[in-house]
Design a protein around this ligand. Sequence first.
Ligand SMILES: [Zn+2]
Length: 274
Amino acid sequence: MNPMPELPEVETVRRGLSVLLQDQPVIAGFEFRRKDLRDPIPIKKIRRLEGQAIRSVLRRSKYLLFETDEGALLSHLGMTGSWRAAVPGDERGHDHFVMKFTNGLSLVYRDPRRFGILDFVERPYDKHARLRNLGPEPLEEGFHADLLWELSRSRTVPVKNFLMNAATVVGVGNIYASEALFRAGVRPQRRAHRLTRPEVERLVQTIREVLLESIRAGGSSISDYVQASGEEGLFQANFRVYDRAGEPCVVCGQQVRRLMQAGRSSYYCPKCQR
Ligand SMILES: [Zn+2]
């Protein structure tokens, strides 16, 4: 199964959309070709945004927020969601939603598997049901070793599950958890409360590292996800351990192992990770 877009892919999409919307165009109207994706689409509420200018495109965890003075359109890409600027004649199957602007720009949301979300969010955004229980952003100052240390002391779950829990930190999905644990020298099955202080400090560092490298590479894009610009990301060329079961470790040459944790594949080097 293809992995879903993770934080770097969503951040890459956000940056692409920000460029398309940098002149703060006014929403002329919406075209709803379905009433639901993963959840019902609150069509009436979203229509409240008609006539509003897009002030900015924000990202919280893996949610995109098209921000106006009246609230925001929330978009989650699910597994196969993508945004693109419509080009005349470029109609594709699974184009479910269109946002049209008075300057002639149209943004099309396409999602073959329909696990995505479209919603309306009022300020303050962090009171909304989808956003209120989210932990800190991994690339912001609120995520640091003291916090991860405190949180981990009472948690007996495997460290990989601990890191992938949005209450710990948002946006660390399967690929990035495996990669960050490899770089920090920590086995994914270690219990969170058994981490040492230096390991916690290394994990904060390596989580930031792998996410930033991926954003710089334009997201991993292994699924049929496409960036807002229509180009594919390149981070998958930088995987050191993810999806490399049976291949030699890039550091020591030992065979990379795979195990299942909470229904997801984990990859680790039995020599480099303890
Ligand atoms: Zn190794």
